[in-house]
Structures are given as C-alpha cells and as structure tokens.
Design a protein around this ligand. Structure first.
Ligand code: OXD
Ligand code: MN
Length: 584
C-alpha cells in the first residue's frame, strides 16, 4: 500500500505530469548529479575549482531575483483569517487558478521528490516537509538548507505528519507566478519562480507561513529571527533571538566577530534567519534553527563586515546572481576589492561601470552552516538553546535609538508590533521607503497579524521565564546623513549591555519608550565615537515619536476590532508618557 507521502507525490505527479519521478536520497553523489544537471542547463557555471572547490554560480532569469510579495497568497477559508496585511485568495479559487498553471507544467521534465527535516534530525521541535520540484537548483539548494533525503524519509516513515509543497518553475513568466499557502490544509503550491524565497519551500513558505499557523495552534513560536549565543568572560553563553526585516544584517550579526573578543565576549551562531521555539522543562523558551545552511545576501559582505561567512564561502557554495572575475571567482559590490578588468556581471555580460551594479543587489550565497567558524557547538542540540533576550530592530535613519529595553513582556510585544524599517532589495518593490513590519513577520505571517499579536501576548503568560525584549537600530544617521554607529563587530557592545540587563545589571535611564543605556552604560573603550554622536544615538525625540505614533496608529487601525486591546492600551500609554515629557 502507498504511504501518505507516496499518495501525495502520485497526486502531484498526476497534476504536473513529469516525464520522470526521482525520490532524492540526499547523498553527495546525488548532489553532484544535480550540479551536473544545472551546468547542462546553461544558467549555472562552475567556479574556479582550485580556489572555490565545489562552488557554482547560478544566474536566474532577470525577472526572477527576489521574493514577489504581491504574488504570494494566504488561502484561508475566511478572508479575515488572512488579515489585512496578507494577499488572500479563496482556497477553491486558488486551487483552480494555480492548478491550471501546474497542470502539465512538468511535461518533458523530471519531478524530484525532496523529503526534508526542518531542524536537527533528532529534535522534538523539528518537523518534516516534502517538496516536489522540477528544478535541480532547488534540489541542490534544499540539500544545503535542510536535512534532506534518507534521514527525512526515515523520520517520516509511514506517517502523514509532513507539510507537502508542490513547486514548478512553470515558464518563469511573472504573469503566471503564484506562491499560495493553504493554512488549514498545511499545503504549499508555488509556480513560475526559481528564486530561493519563492521556490525553496522549506524556508519562508513552511518554516514561517505554515509553521506560524501551527505554532499558534500548538502554543509554540515560529519566528523570523536569528539565534546567537553571547559568550562572556568565564565561558557562560547567553542566547538571544533577533528579528530584523530582510537584508538588515541578520546574518552579519549572527556571525559577528566580536570587537570585545580580547575582553572575553564572543558570538556563536545558532541560526541566521529563522527560529522555532518551544517552552522547555526549565521554563525557558528553547530555540532551534530549522535550517542547515545560510541563504545570505552577498553585496555588502566582505572581510570587514563578515569575515566568518567569507571564510565559509570558499567551498561547497552555490552563488546566485553575483558577478564573476576572469579567474572564475565570485565578485560583488562591497566584497572589499575593486572590480577586476574582464568582470562578467550577474546577467552573464561583460561588465563596465556604465552598466550599473555588477552583482544583483539581492545576489545570494547558499552555504552549509557547519562551514562557519562561528557555528555554535549547540547548533544541533535536540533540545535547542534557552533564549534570554529577544531583540527587534529595523533600519531607521531617525526615531529609534541605538538600543532600548521594554518595560515588560506586554510592552515588548508592542515594541515588536511597532517595528518599521526602510525597505531593501530582498523583495520586489521600492527601495528606501519606510514600511511597518511587525516582528519582521509582515511578509511571512500565515494568518491575521492581529491574532499573531494575540498569540505573542498569550505566550507571555505561558512562558515561566520569558525572554526580556529589546529594540536596536544600527542605522541611525546624524544631521550630515552619515551613520552614527559603526555597526558590525562593534554591535557586540550593545549585546553586552543587553546581557547585563538580562542579568539585572547595566546602567540605564528610563525614557517614555523604555530603558535606554545611561551614558556610562555602554562599553565604549577602544571605540572612536564623539560625545555628540553618542548623545544623538541614544536620544529619544518626542517630535519623531509623535510622527511614528501617528503612522503606527494608522497601521494598527487596519486590524479594526480584531487588534488585541493590549496593543491599543500600550499605544495610548506611550502617547501619554510623551505628553507628560512635553508638558513637564
Ligand atoms: C530572506 C528574506 O531571504 O528575509 O531571508 O528575504
Ligand atoms: Mn529572512
């Protein structure tokens, strides 16, 4: 008798009608077959075998380079369950419309069946997914990004406990591109894109959109968060989860080389993008990284900004839409050296500076996490790591100070719900516009975000030892438009203050938005920063916050009656605290 997995695969094959069906085992030999298939396809080239062994450069279709949020849908039975911040389609209508595009989409192609585990193989927090796809690039990427093949088959056995995902490149026409999620059925369909966030269905589609729904049903959390461990002198490691919108430096923070290493502060990477968290027997929220690799933004990454990842990228890495030197080595803006003569741009054309950026601004690397020198010894611990602090953040030229601590859990949830950031190239759309992005989950929450805030509030009551909640902003600018804070490895100074606050130490001053470091609260030795810059970095400007209160009020207004009263209450309390300051 067919297992539930086989039954579903047969159904998917009956729809997409591939010529061949291959069940992937996740072996190295199979990976090499996928690479050979990619090279044959012509969109992928082999990089320098001596200096970048087992590395490839994949060039995607120029109209398929980022997540397409306007083509991403949550197909809940009731439109209100998707909420005002998600695109919604009726599940029946979606099956009909997208089903027509998937019908026969794999004719002449191979359907690869990719069983995968999100999370460490033997963790009770991990879950199984199965993606069928006609893209060898997706298969190869899934092997880097998840525990894939035989291990997943063994974990699944004859169980029906898996999230199915059907993916086809279709004809890559953006007019026939859809990424649809069925939260009640826990099913994903994606057609018309080969881009990571749209096509590696384990990542945003399952690990966030579908998993966020499961997490709410089952009292756990699926978040768009990096996980890091901060080691302090004496060797104790304190774990933190941090949520920043796409391309705001989560990978760099998670893999940071600490500027305070000589003082005994070191950062260990558990994950760079996603966190699944359950309450452990010790009362802490325990986090696992559901992924096994990093799918990071290449431009801006170099030896100064992220030496750990630069070391990791020298082997077994798939690069997407970067430029290539005549030595067949990858190159991108911000890599740290000038573009050599004879550079080929991400489209495969001879490049000169009149042609704009040589690498696409959302060019990526896909690299096994274990290759990072900063990888935490606990990164595959089945029980996960206990989280002591949550950090929210965004790209704000003004408004948010370098760091502040919320008053309590409810206020912290409000701080997360208030999050906003200036947009980047990780999704299609205008770059540099401020958009509200609660908990960095706006594009990734599989249900109504008002209910999501409610879930956060409810979790706060269930976690015996809840993390303290902070907000950071590395991107504040001075009157001259320049960044006030050096960022990167120096960010450990902020993490150190957060650690001290977790431990009940750390000098702070109370402000209307929360606790901001006292002038002497941050460890600044060895750092050149003027007193004025520091004052500006920590300043809470009532005028800026007034504007932000207005903007967020409008945003929260979208949710109508469904918005939890606690969020409204925190908004009013914040406004009142500012009034008191202004009239004092
Ligand atoms: C990502 C994103 O790729 O958030 O991680 O866009
Ligand atoms: Mn992300």
């Amino acid at each position: 008798m067919a297992t539930p997995l086989e039954s579903w695969v047969n159904e998917a094959a009956a729809l997409a009608k591939p010529d061949r069906l291959v069940y992937c085992d996740g072996s190295e030999a199979e990976y090499q077959r996928m690479v050979a298939e990619m090279l044959r396809g012509g969109e992928t080239v082999q990089l320098n075998k001596k200096t970048y062994p087992n590395c490839q450069l994949h060039r995607s279709s120029p109209n398929d380079v980022a997540r397409t949020e306007h083509l991403t849908f949550i197909c809940s039975r009731d439109k209100d369950d998707a909420g005002p911040t998600n695109n919604w389609m009726d599940p029946g209508a979606a099956k009909h419309k997208v089903g027509a595009l998937l019908d026969g989409a794999m004719r002449g192609r191979t359907m690869y069946v990719v069983p995968y585990i999100l999370g460490p193989v033997d963790s009770p927090i991990s879950k199984v997914g199965v993606e069928v796809t006609d893209s060898p690039y997706v298969v190869a990427s899934m092997r880097i990004m998840s525990r894939m093949g035989k291990v997943a088959m063994e974990r699944l056995g004859a169980s029906s406990d898996f999230v199915p995902g059907l993916h086809s490149l279709g004809d890559l026409d953006p007019m026939r591109r859809y990424i649809v999620h069925f939260p009640e059925e826990k099913l994903i369909w994606s057609v018309g894109s080969g881009y990571g966030g749209n096509a590696l269905l384990g990542k945003k589609c399952f690990a966030l959109r579908i998993a966020s729904v499961m997490a709410r049903e089952q009292s756990w959390m699926a978040e768009h968060m990096l996980i890091l461990g901060l080691e302090s002198p004496g060797g104790k490691v304190t774990y933190m989860g941090a949520a920043f919108p796409s391309a705001c430096g989560k990978t760099n923070l998670a893999m940071m080389v600490s500027a305070l290493e000589s003082q005994g502060y070191r950062v260990w990477t558990v994950g760079d993008d996603l966190a699944w968290m359950k309450i452990g027997d010790d009362g802490y929220l325990h986090a696992i990284n559901p992924e096994a690799g990093f799918f990071g933004v290449a431009p801006g990454t170099g030896m100064k900004t992220n030496p750990n990842v630069m070391g990791a990228l020298r082997k077994n890495t798939v690069f997407t839409n970067v430029a290539m030197t005549p030595e067949r080595e990858p190159w991108w803006e911000g890599i740290g050296f000038e573009p050599p003569a004879g550079l080929i741009n991400w489209k495969g054309e001879k490049w000169d500076s009149s042609k704009g950026a040589a690498a696409h601004p959302n060019a990526r690397y896909t690299v096994p996490a274990a290759q990072s020198p900063s990888i935490s010894p606990k990164w595959e611990a089945p029980e996960g790591v206990p989280i002591s602090a949550f950090i929210f953040g965004g790209r704000r030229a003004r408004v948010a100070p370098l760091v502040y601590e919320s008053f309590d859990w409810q206020h912290g949830v409000f701080v997360g719900a208030m999050m906003a950031s200036e947009t980047t190239a990780a999704a299609t759309g205008d770059v540099g516009v401020t958009r509200r992005d609660p908990m960095a989950m706006l594009p990734f929450c599989g249900y109504n975000m008002a209910d999501y805030f409610g879930h956060w509030l409810a979790m706060g009551k269930k976690i015996p030892k809840p993390p303290k909640i902070f907000h950071v902003n590395w991107f504040r600018r001075g009157a001259d438009g320049k960044f006030l804070w050096p960022g990167f490895g120096e960010n450990v100074r902020v993490l150190k203050w957060i650690l001290e606050r977790v431990e009940g130490r750390g000098a702070a001053q109370e402000t209307p938005i929360g606790y901001v470091p006292a002038k002497n609260g941050l460890t600044l030795d060895g750092l050149k920063i003027s007193d004025e810059a520091l004052t500006e970095l920590l300043r809470v400007s009532p005028e800026d916050w007034e504007l932000d209160l207005g903007d967020s009020k409008q945003f929260f207004g979208k949710f109508g009656e469904r918005l939890p009263g606690e969020i409204r209450e925190e908004h009013e309390k914040l406004a009142r605290r500012f009034q008191r300051v202004v009239t004092a």
